[in-house]
Design a protein around this ligand. Structure first.
Ligand code: BES
Ligand code: MN
Ligand code: ZN
Length: 498
């Protein structure tokens, strides 16, 4: 059974559970934990008095009280006055990850009223569900089961006071849907390139649409050719795998309401093509469809939550391979938009796919278009794995994206798209070339995309560096991060009418 979160009115000292996580701020034992402290025979006050738990951010203490519950995990969130949604979300992630690794079949989570700072109970429940779904996620399906398998963590119940019930119920509904989208995205990201192909992504979209009565249209190579998407086709032509162009439509608002269009890069494996990448770390290029996963994950959220907003998802998907049929440096291709592109580097393939998708987006008369892509190694050099790069044609839209990212704990940071950078992608023989070289690599990539933006406000998210982590985090296992689902969810929910 898949992991889920639940919500119930109960006090931590009376709820029967094999694992109880308690979130508390820095300082003395909060007043609200007096009853739990008594019930555990003073285990909480003892660990605090000993100075072994101070309640700092991400700090934990695992206790085994004489009486129930079997295990109590104290989780710190730092100074009460500075507590953020991000820290409260992390606390749930730490709780779920620890419960899972300990082999607890179920768990409970209690936020002391002292721990939430200025965050509303509604938001606490939202980020608790998001964090728990993030922390519990683990991919073991391709391993042989261990000799003595641990029971899987099936449920984490968020405990609440009756005064907070209405608010938390509303927040939990949102957080569960976003968390489910996040889980779905990571499940796609983690799959290797031999399984997660363009065809597979197309089927995932159709399955998703069937489950939630959304519309999915999946174009194959022939239909992509008929559409005139020669930039996408150029990338695909070196691969034995047929490309796909996926269109997802969610209608939660009247037809007159212009849609938000989300575009995700779906390169299911990026070898670099003829401009081939070094072998070292190339396996991580299975994550080059992380933008596509973010879009599909967002539609999982939409299907569950059914907000009053219209959203279109576009996923151009191909595999970038070197072969006798592959596109070559120097090739000139005509894009769907009509502009010609000189391909100077076959490893700058993402922008080619995205160019055709941006051009296709025009037919939806979008309110705005956001694209998300593992586009440039340069963004990793600029921002590390702490923030995504964002650039766009409309400063209000860019600010809206940054604000959504802040709420989602998926930070975005703006880079300048000044006109002077455009010069770097001038071509001698075509309308532009597909790479401007190493200097300002993330910006010239965005400038390239901008050449295909017409008639709508647009912002681009470069998530190379955010798509996977190579080290375990207390709130998440290493591997795919599902980045973009929470940011897109906050964005589209921010545009929904109440
Ligand atoms: N998928 C890569 C970008 C990438 C790099 C993602 C590292 C994740 C981690 C993209 O297709 C690419 O190869 N970009 C090139 C562009 C260059 C040839 C202009 C790059 O960043 O080196
Ligand atoms: Mn590439
Ligand atoms: Zn790529």
């Amino acid at each position: 059974m898949a992991f889920e979160t639940a919500l119930t009115v109960a006090s931590p000292e009376s709820f029967d559970t094999p694992f109880l996580a308690v979130v508390l701020p820095q300082g003395d034992l909060p007043q609200s934990l007096a009853a739990l402290d008594r019930a555990t025979g003073g285990a909480l006050s003892r660990v605090i008095a000993a100075g072994d738990f101070k309640g700092k951010k991400d700090e934990v203490a695992l206790l085994y009280p004489e009486r129930q519950p079997a295990r109590v995990l104290l989780i710190g969130v730092g100074k009460a006055e500075d507590v953020t949604r991000t820290q409260l979300r992390r606390a749930a992630g730490i709780a779920a990850k620890r419960a899972r690794t300990l082999g607890a079949p179920t768990a409970a989570l209690w936020y002391t009223s002292e721990s939430r700072g200025k965050v509303s109970w509604r938001e606490v429940a939202q980020v608790a569900a998001e964090g728990a779904l993030q922390g519990a996620w683990y991919f073991g399906e391709m391993k042989r089961p261990p000799e003595e398998p641990k029971p899987p963590l099936e449920r984490l119940t968020i405990l609440m006071g009756s005064d907070a019930e209405a608010e938390m119920t509303a927040g939990h509904r949102v957080g569960s849907a976003i968390g489910a989208g996040h889980v779905a995205a990571r499940g796609l990201q983690v799959l290797p390139g031999n399984l997660c192909t363009p065809e597979y992504l197309g089927k995932a979209a159709i399955e998703l649409a069937a489950r939630f009565a959304l519309t999915a249209t999946v174009l194959d190579g022939k239909q992509i050719l008929a559409e005139g998407m020669h930039a996408l086709l150029a990338v695909a032509q070196g691969s034995a795998l047929d490309p796909r162009f996926i269109v997802l439509e969610y209608s939660g608002a009247p037809k007159s309401s212009r849609p938000v269009v989300l575009i995700g890069k779906g390169v299911t494996f990026d070898t670099g093509g003829i401009s081939i990448k070094p072998a070292q770390g190339m396996e991580d290029m299975k994550f080059d469809m992380s933008g596509a996963a973010a879009v599909l994950g967002t539609f999982e959220m939409l299907g569950r939550l059914k907000p009053k907003v219209n959203v279109v998802g576009l996923i151009p998907s191909a595999e970038n391979m070197p072969s006798g049929t592959a596109y070559k440096p120097g090739d000139v291709v005509k894009s769907h938009f009509g502009k010609t592109i000189e391909v100077v580097n076959t490893d700058a393939e993402g922008r080619l796919l995205l160019a055709d998708a941006l051009s296709y987006a025009r037919r939806f008369d979008p309110a705005c278009v956001l694209d998300i892509a593992t586009l440039t190694g340069a963004i990793l050099i600029s921002l590390g794995n702490i923030a995504a790069g964002v650039m766009g044609t409309d400063s209000a839209l860019v600010q809206e994206v940054i604000a959504a990212g802040a709420r989602a704990a998926e930070r975005a940071w703006e880079l300048p798209l000044w006109d002077e950078y455009r010069d770097l992608i001038k071509s001698d023989i075509a309308d532009m070339k597909n790479s401007g070289g190493r200097n300002a690599g993330s910006i010239t990539a965005a400038w390239f995309l901008r050449e295909f933006v017409e008639g709508f406000p647009w912002a681009h998210l470069d998530i190379a560096g955010m798509d996977n982590i190579d080290r375990d985090d207390p709130a998440m296992v290493k591997g795919p991060t599902g980045v973009g689902v929470r940011l897109f969810s906050e964005f589209v929910l921010g545009r929904a009418v109440a």
